[in-house]
Design a protein around this ligand. Sequence first.
Ligand code: MN
Length: 297
Amino acid sequence: MTPEAKVDTNVKRVELIVAPPPKHWVGDGFNVHGFFPHGPLTGERMSPFFLLDYGALTEFPPREEPFGVGPHPHRGFETVTIAYKGKVEHHDSRGNGGIIGEGDVQWMTAGSGLLHKEYHERESNKLGGPFQMVQLWVNLPAKDKMTEPKYQAITNAEMAHVSLPGGGEVEVIAGEFGGAKGPATTFSPVHLLNLKPKAGERIDLTYPSGYTTAILAVEGSARLNGDDVLPHDHLALFEREGESITVEATEDSILLVMSGEPLNEPIAQYGPFLMNTREEILQAMRDFQMGKFGELE
Ligand code: MN
């Protein structure tokens, strides 16, 4: 007798395993793999996400002057910065500033716009050391693009922590996992999690059919849906259709899961401005030139 095959017809299948694209520098502080928008991973395909810059683990030398990127504007979306190793410091044209500690997240709503600087935290910069980070751009729905700028500084302790039976855990930054809700508030449905399974541990994820879903292997590696291999520093993009994903860690791992409902709105981008129309982009450029984003040295 053959046991009845358990066929899960509702699997969200892996569409692509993406190798880390060539790195580029953002200022002199962030040497990143620009996973998207890039190639088939267009802004439309990845919506509600737009950009993923991954600063893979790098050893920075000690230096007095902080490594980083100078004043630049943003409008029309949110930047989510996750510090895996090292600390990121920032300040902006509205007088806000702060430090994103190791393991912490900053969820910045650029909204109508501001100027800011991002750099390695001053004291740790002087010592040098390992640095690893992610910056994810989450697009804003058209009706919220000109919302008032704000920050959500989310420490690791403030995230929901869900223990796994095998000794690992899941950190919920936004959305939910296993009934635990993350602290970040979002303008459209978004789930953002760090899976931290131990070797051999299996995690089941479920997202609505139609959601855009990707997993970045920040540490370690995993087997997805039983047979697709996600190597270290690679990104898995799933098909929109289907709901269930199984993740099995092949070693102790950190896997960043991002899943969200596509906005299905027109996208117009120019550099740090992400709007719906060309006219809105031109307006952003005019506003920037006229100093409406404020001033920052
Ligand atoms: Mn920025």
